[in-house]
Design a protein around this ligand. Structure first.
Ligand code: DGT
Ligand code: CA
Ligand code: CA
Ligand code: ZN
Length: 574
């Protein structure tokens, strides 16, 4: 048994105990153990062999002996006995948003429901509303929950996957045989979520690279170990593929394995038009001669098709081939273009650093100006600022700004709540005293389309509001965006010259790239911010840059590349 199998059984045990109505502490002990084990970087079998099971946080004697039983016998007697009392298929029902153990038990006992399918049928037939504590509304919620579950994908957030990929790549590149390496696949294209990790290594001698890769200590399982391609599964269940290519074919392989599949299909069609086939190895003449064209670089691959090199973030068959053919590919923004950050928090609300510290960190990272935007008063959970505290903060910010001198500027802003009733959290006369106003939705994101859209439009239309923060409210991978009428939102932003944020936090990446692209085409200004709450949070910028590049943005489309004078002129004139 591997870590994830043990974790899954503990998770199921927790659920079954909870459905049975057992002591909550006991339930939580199993649930916590499941989580700890799922995230362990080391193989449980190795830990067990070293006699260190009870050293794992949250694992006492009882749980350790259950782990031992599973590792040595491949099953858990306690789990088998529970499965006879609570149908295991009922556990899937708990994954529906809005269905907890109490309701699952109710549906099972009253209606004999043990599967999601049966529950959906009963809900659609209006049978759930008759049950105690239920009604038409909660019945509808369950239908929506089932629909949302069906849409949910088993994909890993970019922010989790990229550091893992980079670490593995770095390790393989320590081998003298590895001449070069790249992250490929959806990760190189900066998709917000990824299915698996694809890595490419350039080498004449693949064997030592394959060897080192499959022997990684974080490999839970070797899925394949070939001469030039190997795959492992990490303890978190994720697959990593490594392929080794000789230098003279590296460009062809990198282009192929970067994808997307849709982009590759277009490339292959273009090749056929030139009498060539194209696969991961080479172009081959279709005239029967077998003549190959090898490409060491991606530039050569594209040049063979008469195209300029296309940045990976654009390779989705969303017009990039046509743009390349017509020589109108955008000059995409890069991290070096960014000279400011307009959204960050300090200890005044829920950040971990003072105004001065945030300013110094930002300056040391090469920025030229920042805006301090702590939360507003109604967001109690984030220690939002009363008007009095906001004005106190202004004095501090003005002092820090003066001390930092003219080449680094610190401005005063707010990240103001758009409240559930659609009103804004500070009155206009307070907003008028701030340099920059961001308005964001944090509460009541599940309001009906018309209502939540109107809330956002109210904020966009307020002349003091300069920026809408993380406009859709999505959280990756599990919280869906608010049900916004994006056409109406973009139209309003265009009309009022209100900027929309691309929040670089990999859990947000909001505004999503397709909307950001449309917004920029409409002339709406985009701002790219880290929303930093700590020093390390500034590191999320590359995720935002990747998203901006997926949105086809040039540096000029993004406020954060503008010199401070241009930025100030925009906030003052609008
Ligand atoms: P993912 O892993 O689901 O996030 O997405 P990708 O794009 O990383 O897809 P993956 O890992 O299945 O394959 C990596 C790349 O290899 C993919 O972007 C394009 C290329 N590729 C894989 N299978 C095929 C195929 O059947 N046809 C074509 N044209 N390309 C493929
Ligand atoms: Ca992949
Ligand atoms: Ca793959
Ligand atoms: Zn924020």
């Amino acid at each position: 048994m591997r870590n994830r199998d043990v974790a899954r059984i503990f998770e199921d045990v927790a659920d079954m105990l909870q459905i049975k109505g057992e002591n909550i502490h006991r339930v939580l002990a199993y649930r916590n153990a499941a989580q700890v084990i799922a995230e362990l970087p080391r193989d449980l079998n190795a830990i067990y062999a070293d006699g260190l099971l009870t050293e794992i946080q949250g694992i006492g004697e009882t749980l350790a002996s259950k782990i031992e039983e599973m590792l040595t016998t491949g099953k858990l007697d306690f789990y088998e006995r529970l499965s006879k009392q609570v149908p295991p298929s009922l556990l899937a029902v708990l994954r529906i948003n809005g269905v907890g153990p109490k309701k699952a038990k109710l549906f099972w006992e009253q209606l004999g429901i043990t599967t999601i399918e049966a529950l959906e049928k009963a809900a659609r037939a209006g049978e759930l509303r008759e049950l105690p504590g239920m009604g038409a509304k909660s019945e509808q919620k369950i239908i929506e929950g089932i629909e949302a579950l069906a849409r949910q994908s088993d994909r890993l957030p970019l922010g989790v996957a990229l550091p893992i990929a980079q670490e593995i790549l770095k390790d393989l590149l320590t081998l003298p045989e590895a001449l070069q390496g790249d992250v490929a696949g959806s990760l190189r294209r900066y998709r917000p979520t990824i299915g698996d990790i694809d890595l490419l290594i350039m080498s004449e001698n693949a064997e030592p690279i394959m060897e080192r890769f499959v022997k990684r200590p974080d490999a839970a399982r070797i899925l394949g170990h070939g001469p030039t391609k190997s795959s492992i599964e990490l303890h978190n269940g994720r697959q990593v593929d490594v392929r080794v290519l000789p230098p003279e074919r590296y460009g062809t392989g990198l282009a192929y394995f970067t994808g997307s599949q849709a982009h590759n299909i277009r490339m292959r069609e273009l090749a056929l038009g030139k009498g060539l086939t194209l696969n991961e190895h080479a172009f081959t003449a279709t005239d029967g001669s077998g003549r190959e064209i090898l490409c060491a670089t991606e530039e050569e691959v594209y040049a063979t098709l008469g195209l300029p090199w296309i940045p990976p973030e654009l390779r989705e068959d969303k017009g990039e081939i046509e743009a390349a053919q017509n020589s109108i590919l955008p000059k995409l923004i890069t991290q070096a273009d960014i000279i400011s950050d307009l959204h960050m928090h300090t200890t005044w609300s829920d950040g971990t650093r003072s105004v001065r510290e945030m300013a110094e960190i930002a300056r040391s990272r090469g920025l030229k100006y920042i805006v301090i935007t702590d939360h507003s008063r109604s967001l109690g959970v984030a220690n939002g600022l009363s008007i009095e505290r906001l004005m106190e903060q202004q004095a501090i910010i003005r002092a820090v700004d003066a001390e930092m001198g003219p080449v680094f500027r610190v401005f005063h802003g707010t990240e103001m709540e758009i409240k559930a009733d659609g009103t804004l959290d500070y009155p206009d006369e307070v907003l008028a005293q701030l340099d920059v106003v961001i308005a964001s939705l944090h509460v009541s994101l599940r309001q009906p389309r018309e209502q939540v859209t109107q809330r956002l439009i109210n904020a966009i239309a307020n002349p003091h509001v300069d920026i809408i923060g993380h406009p859709t409210g999505q959280l990756i991978p599990n919280r869906e965006p608010a049900d916004l009428d994006m056409d109406a939102v973009l139209e309003a932003a265009q009309q009022h010259d209100t900027a929309l944020e691309i929040n670089a936090n990999p859990a947000r990446l909001d505004l999503p790239a397709p909307y950001a692209r449309r917004a920029a085409e409409m002339g709406i200004k985009i701002t790219l911010n880290t929303d930093a709450h700590s020093a390390e949070d500034f590191d999320v910028l590359p995720y935002g840059i990747g998203t901006a590049r997926r949105a086809w943005l040039t540096a000029d489309a993004v406020i954060n590349t503008w010199p401070v004078e241009r930025f100030l002129k925009w906030v003052r004139d609008r």
